[in-house]
Design a protein around this ligand. Sequence first.
Ligand SMILES: [Zn+2]
Length: 229
Amino acid sequence: MDFARDWRPQEHLELSKNIRTLESVEGALSPHIKDLEYFNEWIRRQRPKRYSKKSLVVDEHLIYVPYHYDANGCGIYFRIGNLWRDFHIFINLAYSAFENSRILWVLADESDTQALKLRRLYKNPKSLVCSLFIEYIVFHYAHGIAHHVFEDVAFLLETMKKGKYSLVKSDEEEEYCRYVAFSTLEKYMPGVLARSKKAERLISIFYPMIPKFEWRRVESINFATTKLL
Ligand SMILES: [Zn+2]
């Protein structure tokens, strides 16, 4: 915790070669880029005390459009600019952490095998970026899905006339979504994420941002990323 608090964003040139700028991949991403007309207005608003059929969920990394609000435009929208800037900082934090043998040991849960894995990735920035990328994206995706589940549960209760969307205050919903994101990432068994259809679908959208993204480079290091995140 002290290490993360005292760390000042710095750029490791070894890493920069392994990610592209957003501007340079906008063309490749354009089939997936959607800016709904009401987004601009919503990102300026304060978070409501409770989400409802009249509100969007606006988080730093994503916007969740409830089907209660817009049945045609509903879904999870990643805020690609924010996400990419944050990922950039995140990989640099991870790299600095792996540079420090004491911190690396903590991130590895004091396991020799896991420490070896992290050291190996540290020496291979291309694989490091691919591995961090998958887990970072899945972490935020899990948060968005949790918002969706909150809406579904409320919808079920609405059909039974036993409640109304949203069932809880927005602060409580956010806390729970964060909890879901951490526990989802933490529970993946080694290798499972790299074989999952869900991860494959997400990466099929985002891969242009990583030059020469390759699944064979991906290592499971969720024991460390959960702590770094
Ligand atoms: Zn949220």
